[in-house]
Design a protein around this ligand. Structure first.
Ligand code: SF4
Length: 476
């Protein structure tokens, strides 16, 4: 099946011509379908469609076909059901994060698109899969004209009370850092860990089951951070919750005083300590961003039901300029911005050349004007850790020169921190970069020194403005 799928991508130009012919045929057949009745035609047409597309594309009959906009590679074969991919975990050889034996469907799709004359990567997000359409015919939906992407919210972004948003808006070079929640129910452990962050960074990202491992929830820790007078960025992933639970958590977060939300697809369950858990992935990061944006700016749920108080949240997403397909990454970023991303935090950067190339494309697209880009950095403790990271954590790219430098150092841990400081200083000089995001798991104690030695926050007031309660207001 995989061989036929790959054949279809290799012959994407032919498949695209066949698809266009099919669309014309469906338009001609409209009166016939109307005469028969679309409901009566559904079963036989779906049967034919499922067999033809199943054979060539391993089609999952999601009911809203994306083949023609993804180089004839079906995104539903993605183990994380990413419909606006690729995720940040694509391996260096283009292999899938969750199933290394399979090429990433988005890398395949990108190759297919290069073979399709006049194919353009869509700048607007695809709709999330609709569970009610599963198993139904996309062809018939196309014939009926019900196969158009959902409109993007045109409402202006609502102002929030995020201190991070204010700093970025003022043109400050900001520093955020990642906080790994403890395996504990004791808030004192959160408080103790905070000493490495408080007063040293502008906002604190609270991870949401990162690496698909279970810890105290990001909502719980973010609320504790608000109580402690700090500015959390609550990470929220699509892996463990469907759209009902996620929207509820967004409202809960806003009610608890959380003002920043980082929308992620999440790591696949297979990489974590609960590999037997059922992955949800009802939404992907882009549709999650869209959902949060609709809630904030239009004051309604995805279902259309109105909220009595909209959540005021500064919305962010993640990107990985260091994972293939490199040319596609800035285009996907454009999609994220269209979905509602106001800031972006990237995967670890150890390769300035690649970052420069990415930022040049980002600037060409004008994206640095429309969202704030924070580049991921971190200290590596040893050459062994570097090798482990680049082989075991899909999407992490560490050049040989960095590994060699760690290997040749007398004190590898100190060298890793020096590399990180140099990286922060160099990144600060790249046009369009708005800040850095420090990820130092198991080295939290290094954060104050990294920030101080890099000098990027010198002169900044070391305070966290207390979060005020949102005043209740009437929605239109
Ligand atoms: S690498 Fe990510 S986006 Fe690509 S197929 Fe695998 S899980 Fe899906």
């Amino acid at each position: 099946m995989l061989a036929l799928r790959r054949w279809s991508v290799r012959h994407a130009a032919f498949q695209a011509r066949a698809y266009r012919a099919l669309v014309s045929l469906l338009k001609v057949l409209q009166p016939v379908f109307r005469a028969i009745g679309y409901e009566r035609a559904e079963k036989p047409v779906a049967w034919v469609e499922s067999n033809v597309k199943g054979l060539f594309f391993d089609c999952h009959m999601c009911g809203y076909c994306l083949l023609s906009v993804n180089g004839m590679a079906c995104p539903m074969n993605c183990p994380k059901s990413v419909r606006n991919g690729p995720c940040g975990g694509v391996r260096a050889d283009g292999g899938c994060e969750a199933k290394p034996e399979m090429p990433c469907v988005w890398v395949e799709g990108w190759r297919g698109m290069q073979r399709m004359p006049a194919a353009e990567f869509p700048r607007l997000p695809n709709a999330p899969a609709n569970a009610r359409h599963a198993g139904t015919s996309s062809w018939l939906r196309l014939a009926r004209g019900g196969h158009t992407p959902p409109p993007i919210s045109g409402a202006p972004a609502t102002a929030t009370e995020s201190r991070l948003e204010r700093l970025l808006g003022d043109g400050e070079f900001v520093v955020t850092a990642e906080f790994s929640p403890p395996d504990s129910a004791d808030p004192a452990e959160v408080e103790a860990q905070l000493r490495h962050f408080r007063d040293h960074v502008d906002a604190i990202n609270v991870t949401d089951g990162s690496g698909a491992n279970c810890h105290m929830s990001s909502l719980g820790v973010s609320a504790l951070l608000v109580q402690a007078g700090c500015e959390p960025v609550m990470q929220i992933s699509c892996r463990d919750r469907n759209r009902i639970a996620i929207q509820g958590d967004i409202l809960g977060a806003a009610a608890l005083g959380i003002r920043n939300l980082l929308c992620l697809t999440g790591d696949g369950t297979v990489v974590g300590d609960h590999a037997d858990a059922k992955p949800v992935f009802d939404l992907d990061s882009l549709s999650l961003l869209q959902a949060a944006r609709v809630m904030r700016d239009e004051g309604r749920f995805l279902s259309g039901r109105k909220l009595t108080q909209a959540p005021r949240l500064f919305l962010g997403g993640a990107d990985n300029p260091f994972a293939p397909p490199f040319d596609m990454r800035p285009l996907r970023l454009a999609r994220k911005v269209a979905a509602g991303a106001q800031f972006i935090q990237t995967q670890y950067c150890f390769d300035l050349e690649r970052l420069e190339a990415y930022m040049a494309r980002v600037r060409d697209e004008g994206l640095d004007e429309r969202c704030h880009i924070l580049v991921g950095v971190g200290p590596i403790a040893s050459a062994k850790t570097a090798r482990w990271l680049r082989t075991k954590v899909p999407g992490v790219h560490i050049p040989d020169a960095v590994v060699a430098r760690l290997e040749g150092a007398d004190d590898a841990r100190a060298e890793g921190r020096r590399i990180c400081v140099e990286m922060i200083q160099a990144i600060r000089g790249i046009r369009g970069v708005a800040g850095v995001h420090i990820m130092a798991p198991r080295q939290d104690e290094a954060i104050p020194d990294l920030v101080r030695d890099s000098g990027v926050r010198s002169g900044r007031r070391a305070d966290f403005a207390p979060v005020r309660a949102v005043e209740r207001e009437e929605l239109p």
